[in-house]
Ligand binder design. Structure first.
Ligand code: ZN
Length: 138
C-alpha cells in the first residue's frame, strides 16, 4: 500500500506537461549523441519545478529525461517529489521506465506517493507502479 500522495492543485498536471513539452526538443549534439527526444518536468513538495531532457550517446551511455530533472532538483537541495511527468518530442505523455521509478523512489522514502502524471486528468501514485521497490539489504 502506497503512502497518500501529496495534494495536486487543479491544473498542475497540465502545467507540468507543458513544461516538459517545452524542453522535449530533439537535437543532435555530435555524431554519436542526441538529446531532448524526451522531456520531463517535476514539482517538489516546496512547489519548485525542475525540468530535464533525455541524453542518448553511443555505447549505451545516457539517461532518461526524468533522471535529468531529478538531478536538477537534487542540485538545488530538494528530493521530495510531489509529481513528475515525461513527454516525447511529439508531446505524448509516457510513464516512467523501471529505472526511473526506482530512482524517484530512492531519492526520498516518501516518494512512493509521488503523483506520476499520465495525462492532464490522470495521475497514479508511484507506489502503484512500483509495488515492490528494490531495497538495500543489510
Ligand atoms: Zn527512465
Amino acid at each position: 500500500m502506497s503512502e497518500h500522495p501529496l495534494p495536486t492543485p487543479m491544473g498542475l498536471a497540465a502545467e507540468l506537461i507543458e513544461r516538459a513539452q517545452a524542453v522535449a526538443v530533439a537535437r543532435r549534439l555530435s555524431e554519436v549523441s542526441q538529446a531532448g527526444d524526451v522531456g520531463s518536468a517535476l514539482i517538489t513538495e516546496a512547489g519548485n519545478i525542475y525540468t530535464g531532457v533525455s541524453l542518448d550517446c553511443a555505447c549505451g551511455i545516457g539517461f532518461c529525461a526524468e533522471h535529468s530533472a531529478v538531478a536538477a532538483m537534487v542540485t538545488h537541495g530538494e528530493h521530495r517529489i510531489a509529481a513528475i511527468v515525461a513527454v516525447t518530442e511529439d508531446g505524448r505523455v509516457i510513464p516512467p521506465c523501471g529505472r526511473c521509478r526506482e530512482l524517484v523512489s530512492q531519492v526520498h522514502k516518501a516518494n512512493t506517493a509521488t503523483h506520476i502524471v499520465l495525462g492532464e486528468h490522470e495521475t497514479v501514485p508511484l507506489g502503484d507502479l512500483l509495488p515492490r521497490p528494490w531495497k538495500r539489504r543489510t
